[in-house]
Structures are given as C-alpha cells and as structure tokens.
Design a protein around this ligand. Structure first.
Ligand code: PHE
Length: 341
C-alpha cells in the first residue's frame, strides 16, 4: 500500500495538464489500480486481517484522492489562466476601418438624370430586356429591311424574341397602358444590347434613358424646352441645346440633339472635333404610325420622344475617354466617385 501510494504521489508531480491527470487517475485510482485490486481481494482475508488491510487501503486512497483533488484544481486554474492570457483584448488598439462603398459613377449619373426629370413631373417606368420583335421593331415603324434588324446588329433569342436594342419599345408599352387618351410623361432607364465589338465607344451591353411625352397639343418646342432644362441641370446653367435634322423610323421629324462642348465650352477642341458642339441624344416627334399602333388617335394626340445614353453623358461629364472603364470596376476609377448619394 505504502509503495503504491508513494509511486502515485511521486508521479503526480510530473502531471501538468488535464489529459495526463486523467491518465494518472485511471492508473492509481481506477478499476485496475493496485488499490482497487487489493480491495477486491479483501474477501479472502480473515476477520482480524480485514479491518487492518481495509484501513491501509482507505488511508492510501484518501491520500491519493486528496492529492488528485489538489492537482485537479491547480490544472484547471492553469488552463483558465492560459485561456485568459490568450484571449486578452487590447482595448487601446486602433479600430479596424471598414472600407465604405459608393454608388457606381454610371448609376450616379442615371439617378441624377432621373432626378432632373422627376423634378419636371415625369414618372419612371421600366420594361423587359427580353423583348419581342413586334415591340422592338414592328410597332416602332421599323421596316423589315431596316439594318438594325440584321442578325449582325441584334441578339436574337428566337425568331420573335430578342434582347432589346433600345428602350424605345417602352414607348409603345407605356402608351398601351395609358390609351386611349391619358397624358403620358415618362422616362425609362434600362439596359439595352447590340452586337457591337467592344471598343472605346461601343459596348455590347449598355444603358439608355428613354423619354416620352404624349398629349394633345405637344409640339417640338416642348421637346426643346425640356431638353434645355435637362442640359442645364446636368452640364451647367449656361448650357444651350441645338437640334439637328436626323432620321429615326419612329419619329417625324427627327432631331439629333447637341450641347455646347463640355471640354472647350464651345470654342472648338479635339473632343468636339472643332465644332463646339457635342451630340448627346436622339429625339423627335412620335411618328403618327406609332401613336396609332399604340392606341392613341394621331389626329388628336401628338408627342415627343428622346433616347440618351447615360454612359456617354457620364463620359462627357467626367472626361472619361473609354466606355470600358465604366464596366471594369477598377477601384482606381471608382474611388474618384465616392461621394455618398
Ligand atoms: N431609340 C433610338 C436609338 O437607340 C433613340 C431615340 C429614342 C430616337 C427616341 C428618337 C426617339 O438610337
């Protein structure tokens, strides 16, 4: 008994962690320990021997148990101390800054344009990017042999379904919602698609903002007035707009709209090719065929429409010379537009 006790107490000195302590407990106090083995054999002893041996066993077990308890406490305290040391938080360290995101410059420009038109009483509508040939071309008076209908220029999904090549189909969809005589005053921002090779000024996917006003007595001077307000709000109070005759199948007459060159102020430079003017959008009076097809009597109603490319507006406004910069999400560009909207 004495030897077993000594050996147990001695070997306990080397124990420093919970796992070793558990092993120790199994060895010296467990079912196969010398103490337990002796206890099991007590039945073979005489009545006089039994209390004597029992006393030794109890004395040894009590000593080992007491030593174990003390060690157990010491090991737990050490473990706790180690954890506390490992988890120490230095509250004096400077905080970690989380980078703050911002709206993409193209989205900023789109929202800015939207705000200008909301301020003039327009509402905002959105339409499907997967369109039918009927809405994208047919009802817009675009003839079957028009080059825009070519497989080279349009992403066709089936014979009748395509990715819209402009936001103009929403002219028809909006009028169909409002016909036969409710006034229409709407802008339509959205994505459009064309089978162009991507380069500095072209992208196979880009955005447009369509505008449409329909009512009795709408005239081209209304178009010019609205666009003048728009140009001043976006490019500065001294801006002027210039309408040049143009052609679109769905407007008659049609006009391309220029603003004074933002880079040189109209004096002439590389950007405006020395003309002093920069084209920003296409527009015109809604063609009577389009009004009639969409359910507005073209003898009573008239309207104007326009379509602009926010990428182009953004590029002019901020002097960005390659449209691809607006799609690449290069932080060196984006970080220049971190004003919070
Ligand atoms: N849809 C024309 C385009 O994508 C722009 C436009 C819209 C022209 C409305 C006139 C009227 O080029």
């Amino acid at each position: 008994m004495e030897a077993a006790k000594r050996e147990g107490l001695d070997s306990l000195d080397a124990v420093t962690d919970a796992r070793a302590l558990d092993d120790w407990r199994v060895t010296y106090l467990g079912k196969k320990s010398p103490l337990t083995q002796v206890s099991r054999q007590m039945g073979g002893l005489s009545a006089e021997e039994r209390p004597v041996v029992g006393g030794w066993v109890n004395e040894a077990r009590a000593a080992l148990q007491e030593a174990f308890d003390a060690k157990h406490e010491a090991v737990e305290e050490a473990a706790l101390a180690a954890r506390l040391a490992a988890e120490t938080i230095d509250v004096t360290l400077p905080g970690r800054k989380r980078p703050r995101g911002a709206m993409h410059p193209l989205m900023q420009v789109i929202e800015e344009i939207e705000d200008v038109f909301l301020g003039m009483g327009f509402t905002i509508a959105e339409g499907p990017e997967v369109e039918t040939d009927t809405y994208n071309f047919e009802m817009l008076n675009i003839p079957k042999d028009h080059p825009a209908r070519d497989m080279q220029d349009t992403f066709y999904l089936t014979e009748e379904l395509l990715l819209r090549t402009h936001t103009s189909p929403m002219q028809v969809r909006t009028m169909e919602q409002m016909r036969p005589n409710a006034p229409v005053k709407v802008i339509v921002p959205g994505r459009v698609y064309r089978r162009d090779e991507d380069d500095a000024t072209h992208s196979h996917a880009f955005t447009q903002i369509e505008g449409l006003v329909v009512d009795e007595g709408i005239r081209m001077s209304d178009l010019k007035g609205i666009l003048e307000q728009f140009a001043r709000a976006i490019f500065g109070p001294d801006q002027a707009v210039r309408l040049r005759p143009s052609f679109f199948p769905f407007t008659e007459p049609s006009a391309e709209v220029d603003v004074r060159c933002i880079t040189c102020g109209g004096k002439g430079c590389r950007v405006c090719k020395d003309t002093g003017w920069i084209e920003i959008l296409g527009s015109g009076m809604v063609h009577p065929n389009v009004l009639d097809a969409a359910g507005y009597d073209s003898k009573r109603f008239s309207g104007f429409a326009f379509g602009m490319g926010p990428e182009r507006i953004a590029m002019l406004k901020y002097g960005i010379d390659d449209i691809r910069l607006l799609y690449q999400n290069d932080l060196r560009l984006l970080k220049q537009f971190t004003r919070v909207m």
